[in-house]
Design a protein. Structure first.
Length: 194
């Protein structure tokens, strides 16, 4: 199936799951994502990213690989380890063309998470990602959004881009104590500079 056809198909599928967007960063569900690309169209394997550093907010973490839950939502790092960030392994490796996606908790296990201050980032801030190949790649933040989970911008986050980009995602906004989740997502958009 051509890549554009695949994206349209994935977009239609994702519309069905819009009600499943992030049950809470303190639990086990994350934003819906496109299904993995078929093996025939998958790029050659590249070393997975090893760590991420956000100097402007003092956040640094190793990266675990995240896949999909049975309901087709993106996995999140273990809530019992809120300082652990994760790279969505069906997104590009940071530095490759397309939007690489890194997720982290705002909190968990009764403590602040790795992305506790993600909402404080601003355009021009730097994000450095260390690759499994020993190289580092620096991204510059272009935009920070806070959006309701029920209107998660799936295409803007996971859709194709012509250049290497990065997305950082966590929960935010008001906390719904009755359902143990946050009502919004914080999304940082960044572009590769080196």
């Amino acid at each position: 199936m051509p890549r554009n056809g695949f994206q349209r198909w994935a977009g239609a599928l994702l519309a069905l799951f819009s009600a499943l967007v992030l049950a809470g960063c303190g639990t086990d569900a994350a934003a819906p994502a496109p299904p993995p690309a078929p093996a025939s169209s998958a790029p050659a394997p590249a070393p997975a990213p090893a760590w991420v550093n956000l100097p402007s907010i003092g956040a640094r973490s190793s990266l675990v690989q995240l896949g999909l839950n049975p309901d087709r939502t993106v996995e999140v790092p273990p809530v019992g380890q809120p300082l652990q960030a994760g790279w969505y392994k069906y997104s590009p490796v940071p530095g490759q063309t397309g939007p690489a996606v890194i997720l982290g908790h705002i909190d968990g296990n009764h403590q602040e998470g790795i992305f506790w201050r993600l909402h404080d980032m601003k355009a021009g801030d730097q994000v450095v990602v260390g690759g499994g190949d020993g190289r580092t790649r620096t991204f510059t933040v272009t935009k920070v959004d806070q959006v309701a989970k029920k209107t998660f911008p799936t295409e803007a986050v996971y859709g194709d881009t012509t250049d290497p980009e990065l997305r950082l995602i966590t929960c935010g906004g008001a906390y719904d104590a009755a359902h143990h989740n946050y009502l919004d997502n914080i999304i940082v958009y960044a572009k590769l500079v080196t």
